[in-house]
Design a protein around this ligand. Structure first.
Ligand SMILES: [Zn+2]
Length: 157
């Protein structure tokens, strides 16, 4: 395969949706490797056959993965630091005068960055740390986000 002739970020795949078998293979590449949320996402994206750049400095919020030709970016956020609305994103009990403004500030900055990116025509997917363990859902979400065409409605079980 002459993958190098494709521009960075461009898929070399023929189909945009995954078969049960393809999903299983992607999941196997990730399973049991606890390398942190960002590496897990990168590994999934790589196995799905997409090319990306890391932490592109020119974009608001320096997105973790950038798919230039597709104008899509993925953020991988830690639930605590980015104040996710989940049990890992709770405000600390102590030193709230320090933590609350800091974490709310992070959250507001994230929102502003997403708004800026969208205004520039980028599509944004945020993957939360707490979602990374649910690999099957995550693989589908990432694949649906990166695909050019939406997945056909449940054709497989
Ligand atoms: Zn979370």
């Amino acid at each position: 395969m002459h993958e190098s002739s494709f521009p960075i970020g461009y898929s070399v795949r023929v189909t945009d949706w995954l078969t049960v078998d393809q999903r299983r293979r992607v999941m196997q590449a990730v399973k049991g490797k606890d390398t942190g949320p960002e590496l897990t996402v990168r590994r999934i994206v790589h196995r799905l056959g997409y090319r990306y750049r890391l932490h592109s400095k020119g974009l608001p919020g320096r997105p973790d993965l950038v798919f230039g030709p597709r104008k899509k970016v993925i953020f991988v956020h830690g639930c605590f630091w980015h104040a996710h609305n989940c049990r890992y994103g709770r405000m600390p009990e102590s030193r709230q005068e320090y933590w609350v403004p800091k974490l709310i500030g992070n959250m507001e900055r994230d929102k502003a960055n997403v708004a800026k990116l969208e205004a520039m025509g980028w599509k944004v997917l945020t993957v939360w740390e707490c979602e990374v363990k649910k690999t099957a859902e995550l693989v589908d979400r990432i694949n649906d986000f990166l695909a050019d065409q939406p997945r056909p409605r449940e054709t497989e079980q």
